[in-house]
Design a protein. Structure first.
Length: 118
């Protein structure tokens, strides 16, 4: 049996639009992983890892704010709201040679267009 591996056409250091497909919260290892499928590479999931810190000024809290899932009224975030969120991601090449999401931000242009259509 012969199998073929998928070689990504995307490169490190460039911005790509995509969508969050799932997340994983690993409290034991204090790690949050978010998985993104890029429009240009729909057959590959790319991952972003963020250290979990429950402090409001942490990178994890900042990510929740940036993605629009943070609720100031009770200082909480509903992680399930991340699924299907449109984002812009910049990839980095890891020490293992694989591509990972280095930077992620909400695709505000996409949501502005959605609002304009309604």
């Amino acid at each position: 049996m012969k199998i073929e591996f998928v070689k990504p056409e995307v490169r490190a250091g460039k911005e790509y639009k995509g969508e969050i497909t799932r997340y994983k919260l690993d409290e034991r290892n204090r790690a949050f992983r978010v998985f993104i499928v890029l429009d240009k590479e729909p057959q590959i999931e790319f991952m972003k890892r963020i250290d979990i810190d429950w402090e409001i000024n942490s990178a994890f809290a900042a990510f929740c704010c940036e993605m629009g899932i943070y609720t100031e009224a009770d200082d909480s975030a509903e992680l399930d709201e991340l699924i299907d969120t449109r984002v812009i991601a910049v990839l980095n090449k890891g020490e293992d040679g694989k591509l990972y999401v280095g930077k992620i931000q909400l695709d505000e242009e996409y949501y502005q267009e959605q609002d304009a259509e309604e």
